[in-house]
Design a protein around this ligand. Structure first.
Ligand code: ZN
Length: 422
């Protein structure tokens, strides 16, 4: 294992409350006190040296959908986006609802992924929302959380039992918040544009109703529930009120929900179709305020690769989701730090390191001496243009092709090894 000194970078390490320009040593794959004289030198002048970023919401598509993404291609996309640890969702084929599938994912990742891949397990068998998956065995198999992401358990009593089991075995619960009765076959935000375009609407209340359900269950079961990809103003208001009462509830934000509004769907381009959908200007404003005041504490991508032939169909037939790993850091730095000035770069790094590490109890997101040498070097002022044809991901379904962004990762180091550099 090589020895490295990262010279003269601005080290921002929220876990240790550090923000200073100095050197960082890597010895034997771990953060060291100092490195030997013949160590490799990486010049980080003008750059930020951060703990390796964590994305807790990624679809890697294997097993079952390797034509969209594979573990190695998804991991390369993560590295190119500045991420050293990614948490993959269980809606694969077969679904990740058994220890055998979790073992398969872990082996595949150990063999072929250049970043740390941490699996989640399903809450219900085959993510069908009818019968609980073996949550205790999934925990022993090494999942970091349970979720039915892509789907949502509608039966509140079943969800209550899932949360109680999860509490018993010490697993966090993540939830995709969607009330099926309210949402029906909705494909876009219910409002002006859905009416004008004649597309079935997905009302904000369809998310808010389940966020409220989760707040009630978090209180009832005294266990943490994390609400995935929050998109609606009402959800922000509910989570803020509950957190003020110390309810164990949290929420995450994906870049498309602040970069775009439902106005973008007017050309019927399926790269603007996601679940939950792009919402109104007022919703975007509320999410930005939720990020600014700490109500929404985690940033992530909901990286959802699909093949071209799958997206190139009628709008209501197309699958939901966009690729996100290679654009999320740029979008969030550009929008949150530079354009809207809602948070500073230090808070942004917290939302990608100590916040997800705390939620999922991960040994990651810190530059403490002896910690794994997972490091992200970033240039918050670098201006660049998104080019989907340069993506490492196996898919190209992004609405951000050609966007000019300010801020990006320039080098990603996992366990002391550079896995990507600009
Ligand atoms: Zn989801």
């Amino acid at each position: 294992m090589s020895e490295i000194i990262i010279r003269n970078g601005r080290i921002i390490d929220p876990a240790n409350k550090r923000d200073e320009v100095t050197d960082l040593a890597i010895v034997g794959g771990k953060i060291g006190k100092s490195a030997p004289k013949d160590a490799e030198i990486i010049d980080a002048k003008g750059l930020i040296v951060a703990p390796g970023l964590i994305d807790i919401h990624v679809h890697l598509r294997e097993p079952g959908f390797g034509h969209k993404e594979t573990l190695p291609s998804g991991a390369r996309a993560a590295a190119a986006g500045g991420f050293t640890t990614i948490v993959c969702m269980p809606n694969t084929s077969p679904a990740a609802d058994s220890p055998a599938t979790i073992a398969w994912i872990k082996n595949r990742a150990a063999d072929a992924a250049c970043v740390n891949v941490l699996p989640t397990g399903a809450i219900s068998k085959n993510i069908a929302g009818e019968e609980l998956a073996p949550i205790g065995s999934l925990g022993r198999a090494g999942v970091v959380a349970i979720t039915d992401d892509g789907h949502c358990i509608q039966n509140h009593e079943l969800m209550r039992r899932a949360v109680e089991y999860a509490r018993m075995v010490g697993l966090p619960v993540l939830d995709h918040c969607q009330d099926y009765n309210l949402v029906g076959n909705g494909v876009v935000h219910e409002g002006y544009w859905s009416t004008l375009l004649g597309l079935p609407g997905w009302p904000a209340a369809g998310e808010e109703a389940i966020v409220m359900r989760n707040i009630l269950l978090a209180e009832l079961c005294d266990h943490h529930i994390h609400c995935q990809h929050i998109s609606a103003a009402g959800s922000v208001r509910l989570i803020r009120e509950a957190r003020n009462r110390n309810v164990k509830i949290s929420g995450e934000v994906c870049p498309h929900h602040i970069a775009l509004t439902d106005e973008a769907i007017q050309n019927f381009d399926t790269n603007y179709k996601m679940n939950p959908p792009l919402r109104s200007k007022e919703d975007v404003g509320a999410i930005l305020e939720g990020i600014a005041d700490g109500t929404l504490s985690i940033l992530c991508s909901d990286h959802a690769p699909h093949a071209g032939f799958e997206k190139e169909v009628e709008f209501d037939q197309a699958p939901f989701g966009i690729v996100g790993l290679e654009t999320e850091l740029g979008l969030f730095i550009d929008l949150l730090v530079h354009k809207h000035r809602k948070i500073d770069i230090k808070r942004l790094i917290e939302m990608y390191t100590i916040e997800p590490a705390k939620l999922l109890k991960l040994n990651a997101g810190t530059l403490s001496i002896g910690a794994p040498a997972d490091v992200t070097l970033m240039d918050p002022d670098s201006e660049w243009t998104v080019r989907i044809d340069q993506f490492q991901s196996g898919s190209r379904n992004s609405p951000f092709d050609g966007w000019k962004l300010k801020g990006r990762a320039v080098r990603t180091i996992v366990g002391g090894k550079t896995v990507w550099k600009l």
